[in-house]
Each structure stands twice: as C-alpha cells, then as structure tokens.
Design a protein around this ligand. Structure first.
Ligand code: DGY
Length: 320
C-alpha cells in the first residue's frame, strides 16, 4: 500500500524526519528556506497532509487553493493562530497542534526572562563583554528582587500553570486572570481575578501566557500598562501581538516599567526597532520551545496526530 504524502514546510529535527521517512512519503525542506504561500500550495499538490510551522501563514486563501487530496494539517506548534481554522473546517481539513510537550521549556524561558529583566542581565552581560565593567559598588546595577515579589499571570493554561509552579519555588505571591477560575488543584496557590485590571493592580511582575485570538489582540495596551504598579516588569512568551508595542516601549522609556523580558514579537523576526534601543528590554528570539528534547517531542507529537488520522482514529490534539 502506498504511504501518505506529507509536505513539510521547514527542516525538522533528524529523528522526526527519520520517522517521517519510515512511515510516510515526506516532501522535506533540507535547505530550510521559508516557503511563501504559493510554495506551500505547490508543495501540497497531490499530498495528503501538511506539517507547517508558526512561520507559515496558512490563510483562507492558501487553504482554498490546496488540492482536494489534502486532508490534514498537523502544525509543529501549540499555537495555531497562523492557520485559518474556519477556512480549514469549511474545506473539511482536520487541524492538529502539539500541546503539553513544550510547556516546561516555555515556562523555563518565562522564568529566565523574568530573572533577566529584573536583575538587568542584558546590561550586565554587555558590560562584561565590552569591558565597561567598573569596580564593584554598593549602588551599581541594582535590580528588582524576584523572590517573594508579586507575580500576575495572564492566561492560566498549561504554560501559565507551569509558571505558577516555578514562581512558588521563588516564594512569589501569585495572581492570575483567566476566562474562568480553575479548580484549586490547578491553581498552585495562585489567586484568581475575574477582572484583568484588578490583577494588574497587584502585579509587580506580569507574565503573559494567553493565546493570540481576536479578543487578546493588544490586550496589554497603554491603559492596561498604566494599571500596573510603578516599576513593574512585563514578560511575554505567548505571542507578540497581544502587546501594543508602542505603549510598552513608551512605558519602558518613561520609567513606568522597570524592565521587560520578551521572547515573542509582533511581526517577528522584524521587531519594532524601538526595542533595540532600550537597555531595560531583555530580548530573546522566540526560544520558548527551543530545547533539543522539546523540538523532538513536538515533531513526534505532530506525527502521532498524523498516525492517528491515517489509522482512522481521532488524533489527540485536534483543534479543527
Ligand atoms: C508554539 O509552539 O506555538 C511556540 O510558540 C513555538 O515555540
């Protein structure tokens, strides 16, 4: 029997590509060039499945131009805002994602950003490299204490919960805002705020973990930043477009915020140029899930979903 044909938009970890070669007829991207919409459509000609990444915009236009042979899109990501889910549903194309496996890696990066922003890691690292490090001084390079401070978590899904667990290790007082209150065993001691503004008022440190949806677009804007205590810190490992960049940059410049730690950016990798000028912005290039084990696990999870689909079973991570 012939194996299902899978178009893969980006180079995947070796072990994942090996498994695809064993069980499927994969069309791989050895050079890892970013395909445009026309290349995705062309690559899917006669294919049964597509494995895209968050860098591929699988718009309604792309979906409507896909061959009728294409039955399933198994994205190599937990986020799926780069795929027009409604258009996929309308064409009867199933969509799956890769939850769970990147939870800890992403929460680790959120904690790294929180510590780095609070303790001025970027400025300090630059001083060491650029030989501008003067003598140790009682008043030099003072940051903000993380241990015991108040943390607000926006979006208490898997990654938000993992952040709450890490914050407990730092003896933080944790608050969260979510669409609904979680059962006590998933709160990890965090206090629920039905109202976002109420949580912001007690968030000396804010960590953003909500998905990007029409409702969360620029949810952290100038009005919301103004609700934070003076000298607060904002961390974002979710999606760049949940933050209003101009407002965040203005708050970092004015001193309203002490610092920010950002792993995701609207329009990345073409970030708002204002961030580059700020010494109080600790910036990473979307490293949330970037560990070897996690990237393997994400690929295996995407392939598990394809395996279930082609075996006529319900994939565990169906989003459409
Ligand atoms: C995802 O899977 O959505 C992440 O952003 C990738 O790190």
């Amino acid at each position: 029997m012939s194996k299902p044909v899978v178009f893969v938009t980006r180079r995947l970890p070796d072990a994942v590509e090996e498994r695809l070669k064993r069980d499927y007829e994969p069309r791989l991207n050895a050079g890892d060039q970013l395909p445009g919409p026309d290349e995705v459509v062309a690559g899917c000609k006669g294919a049964d499945a597509l494995i895209p990444c968050p860098t591929d915009k699988i718009t309604a236009d792309v979906i409507n131009r896909l061959d009728d042979s294409l039955k399933v899109i198994a994205t190599f990501s937990v986020g799926h805002e780069h795929i027009d889910i409604k258009a996929a549903r309308e064409r009867g194309i199933m969509v799956t994602n890769t939850p769970d496996v990147l939870t800890d890696a992403t929460a680790d990066i959120a904690m790294l950003l929180l510590l780095g922003a609070a303790r001025r890691a970027y400025e300090g690292e630059r001083m060491v490299r650029e030989s501008t490090w003067g003598a140790w001084a009682p008043t030099a390079m003072r940051g903000v204490h993380v241990t015991g401070n108040r943390l607000g978590i926006l979006g208490m899904g898997r990654i938000g919960q993992a952040m709450a667990r890490r914050a407990a290790g730092f003896e933080m007082e944790v608050h969260y805002h979510n669409r609904s209150k979680l059962p006590a065993d998933l709160e990890f001691g965090a206090m629920f705020h039905a109202d976002l503004d109420s949580m912001l008022g007690v968030s000396d440190m804010l960590s953003i973990h909500c998905p990007s949806t029409p409702d969360t677009l620029k949810i952290i804007n100038a009005q919301r930043l103004a609700k934070l205590p003076d000298g607060a810190i904002v961390v974002n490992t979710a999606r760049g477009n949940v933050v209003d960049d101009d407002a965040l940059i203005a708050a970092l410049k004015s001193g309203k915020l002490f610092a920010a730690g950002l792993d995701v950016f609207d329009g990345e990798p073409n970030i708002h140029p204002g961030y580059r000028e700020l010494t109080n912005a600790f910036l990473l290039p979307h490293l949330g899930s970037a560990t070897m084990a996690t990237r393997d696990a994400m690929g295996f999870r995407a392939v598990d979903n394809l395996d279930a689909f082609f075996a006529g079973q319900e994939p565990s991570d169906r989003v459409a």
